[in-house]
Design a protein around this ligand. Structure first.
Ligand code: KG4
Ligand code: ZN
Length: 337
């Protein structure tokens, strides 16, 4: 195949994002219009508001991406879009826009799973990643451990049975009155706290399981806060944030290391919004270095939602000829695994 120059669109949650990516790695344009400020006053994402904002922003963001790249529609080889998982109304804005563009330009359409997009943030920014590898994907909606044999070839090792890792961060942040999104706030506060101060459970589940569960931990933190409140004991929020974060990261890191060892891989990838957490990055870096495993994680701006990662994933789909038809629909609970 000749060069790919893909316009990719991501509207699954609260970022309206459009990128133009050449050959899976060269970022010709990368625009992310965040709605965080709009949703902050509600303490979380309001789906209906998100869809309306996407509608308002999508054409503006597309124009900006074209301007940034210095290209026009004729130069683009493919259109890619996140078609799930995510909020249905939000996804539909991206999906219908990408379909309209592909139809009008008579160019192929590529549907990308948002979670696979997160994995590809690593390939966007590194060109020496060796297969097979194990990837830990930790986002606001998903927690997955996946073995990847080659581009597009996945073996699913485990997933969360209840809350996603990022969701747990967001819920505890809310209980501590820290605002949305919670992950970065918990991380910041945890720097001043003692991770051993509050004793909290780790859900290892059955021996050898690569699944996760964070709801027990969440309940334990909420119980602790309630008890302090009832006994009129002042809560040290920094200690709670540090202890909670440590409990989540212990399980994430331990299971990732076990998965890597059991799968006998020499490469580990970290992906998704929670991969922006520097404690997680450092902890996994130390552990992988000890056993000679190479660890990759995307730069922070490509850990959270963006369209560049969707363009990177779409490049490899284009190489395989995996195109979508123009009846592509949004699939809010699209599975990865
Ligand atoms: O991948 P993402 O942007 O959206 C989803 O696909 O869900 O992930 C957002 C999640 C939120 O739950 C947010 O609190 C969490 O990633 N997050 C973090 C950090 N930055 C974002 N969690 C922990 N530490 C961070 N620094
Ligand atoms: Zn995401």
């Amino acid at each position: 195949m000749q060069n790919t120059i893909i316009m990719s669109i991501e509207t699954s949650c609260d970022e309206t994002a459009v990128a133009i990516i050449k050959n899976g790695q060269e970022i010709l344009a990368d625009v992310v219009a965040s709605q965080i400020a709009t949703h902050q006053k509600f303490g979380g994402v309001v789906p209906e508001v998100a869809s309306r904002k996407h509608l308002e922003l999508i054409n503006v963001v597309i124009d900006q991406a074209l301007r940034e790249s210095g290209l026009n529609f004729r130069d683009l080889t493919h259109y890619a879009v996140t078609y799930g998982p995510g909020l249905v109304g939000a996804l539909l804005v991206g999906v219908s826009t990408a379909k309209a563009l592909a139809f009008a330009a008579e160019k192929p359409l590529i549907g990308v799973n948002h979670i696979e997009g997160h994995v590809y943030a690593n390939f966007l920014t590194n060109n020496d990643i060796q297969f097979p590898l194990v990837c830990l994907i930790v986002s606001g909606g998903h927690t997955n451990l996946v073995k990847i044999l080659d581009h597009g070839q996945y073996e699913f090792l485990g997933a969360t049975r209840d809350d996603a890792a990022g969701e747990a961060f967001d819920k505890i942040a809310r209980a501590l009155g820290l605002g949305y999104p919670g992950g970065p706030q918990i991380e910041k506060l945890a720097r001043e706290g003692d991770p051993q101060a509050v004793e909290l459970p780790r859900a290892w589940l059955e021996e050898g399981s690569f699944d996760f569960s964070f709801s027990g931990l969440k309940s334990a933190v909420l119980n602790y806060l309630n008890q302090c409140h009832m006994k009129n004991i002042a809560v040290n929020k920094a200690d709670v944030a540090a202890s909670f974060q440590e409990a989540v990261l212990d399980v994430l890191v331990e299971k990732t290391m076990l998965a890597a060892q059991e799968s006998q891989v020499k490469t580990v990838l970290l992906a998704g919004g929670v991969a922006a957490n520097s404690f997680l990055r450092d902890k996994l870096k130390r552990r992988t270095q000890e056993v000679g495993i190479k660890l990759y994680y995307p730069p922070i701006k490509y850990c959270t939602d963006n369209a560049a990662m969707i363009g990177a994933a779409a490049h490899y789909k284009a190489l395989r000829g995996e195109y979508a038809d123009l009846d592509l629909n949004a699939v809010p609970n699209l599975k990865f695994g």
